[in-house]
Design a protein around this ligand. Structure first.
Ligand SMILES: [Zn+2]
Ligand SMILES: [Zn+2]
Length: 350
């Protein structure tokens, strides 16, 4: 089958004819990929930027974790799924027996592995995942909308970590899919004023405005002098979704005393900020990373009700065979979300 693999600890991705995976464990589900999104983390792995060196010991590896598709085969212990079912995949696989898993906090599993990084992912025609990671797609949510669920869950988890409340003023730094998802969900959580800030991000901010996020600012064009004026005051909550270390100190500067900054970016360098000012203002710094099965269940209902509004996040659609082209588009910052769609006419050769 066609698969796009990271083969070397260097820039790029290889187009391969790989053996199609098969159901091996009793709880495995074999999925025919219908739609798979390119994530910022995939682009980092593609470009081989700092922060992804852990992958070096997992090569060769098929990337891809924002996937929806159709069940083809199930292991003997799988209940509740059958061939033909339309599913989305939660990419974090947990062990179920470590102390965190046993107390119902799988997001802190000591033995977690991620589909598309630690195990083969979905830039391919077929992918195998545990049944526990599959969620049935509601009717009316098609494959490409389904493949948006993973980044939306990462965004939704960040909104939960921040504990956004109605009436809040919120700044979101970073105009990629996570930042845009956070801004959209913060509005739904009741924030009255949400300002989305990008940097040299004209195309992505324009896409965000098509999602109804009308307050946007491009630091390269507009500078940062008017941030609090545009917001209507200091921020109650700032989200950092840039991966640029300097954005932490900038964000703390716009945050009110006692406000919360939630960092979600993967930073290739350490962060410096004025800790004394931070302490005197009694600000809070929190981290949000990935999400939980509960977030997936909640996000399915958001997608079922608001799918057409969220479809505007998908700015580029390409066939799976054009994955490498898709990566170049994603790396160019011109896209909000690049979605790869299976070519239904292509026969799968095992
Ligand atoms: Zn992702
Ligand atoms: Zn565990």
């Amino acid at each position: 089958m066609l698969a796009f693999q990271k083969t070397d600890a260097a820039y790029g991705l290889a187009r391969m004819e790989a053996a199609a995976p098969v159901v091996a464990a009793g709880d495995d589900i074999l999925i025919a990929v219908e739609a798979v999104g390119i994530c910022g983390s995939d682009v980092h792995a593609y470009e081989w930027t700092d922060g992804y060196q852990f992958l070096a010991t997992h090569l060769p590896r098929t990337l891809g974790h924002e996937v929806s598709g159709r069940v083809v085969d199930t292991g003997k212990d799988v209940v509740g799924f059958a061939p033909g079912d339309r599913v989305v995949v939660a990419p974090v696989v947990v062990c179920g027996h470590c102390s965190a898993c046993r107390i119902g906090q799988p997001q802190f599993c000591a033995n977690r592995s991620i589909v598309g990084f630690h195990r083969d992912g979905a830039f391919a025609e077929r992918v195998v995942v545990p049944a526990a990671n599959c969620f049935r797609l509601p009717d009316g949510v098609d494959a490409e909308l389904g493949a948006l669920i993973e980044p939306l869950c990462v965004a939704g988890n960040a909104v939960d970590v921040a504990a956004v409340q109605w009436g809040d003023r919120v700044i979101v730094m970073g105009a990629g899919p996570i930042g845009v998802g956070i801004a959209w969900l913060a509005r739904r959580a009741g924030a009255t004023s949400v300002l989305l800030i990008g940097k040299d991000d004209g195309a992505r901010l324009a896409a965000a405005r098509r999602l109804g996020l009308e307050r946007t600012l491009d630091l390269d064009e507009d500078g940062d002098a008017n941030v609090t004026a545009l917001l209507g005051g200091e921020a109650d909550i700032v989200f950092e979704a840039t991966g640029v270390p300097e954005s932490i100190e900038a964000g703390l500067g716009w945050l009110r005393p006692g406000g919360v900054l939630v960092a979600t970016g993967i930073h290739a360098r350490p962060v410096q900020f004025d800790l004394t000012r931070f302490v005197r203002l009694k600000q809070q710094l929190r981290a949000a990373y990935d999400s939980s099965p509960a977030t997936f269940a909640r996000m399915l209902s958001i997608l079922a009700e608001n799918g057409e509004a969220l479809r505007a996040m998908i700015t580029h659609r390409l066939p799976l065979a054009a994955t490498l082209e898709g990566f170049e588009i994603a790396a160019s910052r011109q896209a909000l979300k690049v979605m790869l769609l299976a070519d239904s006419d292509r026969a799968v050769t095992p």
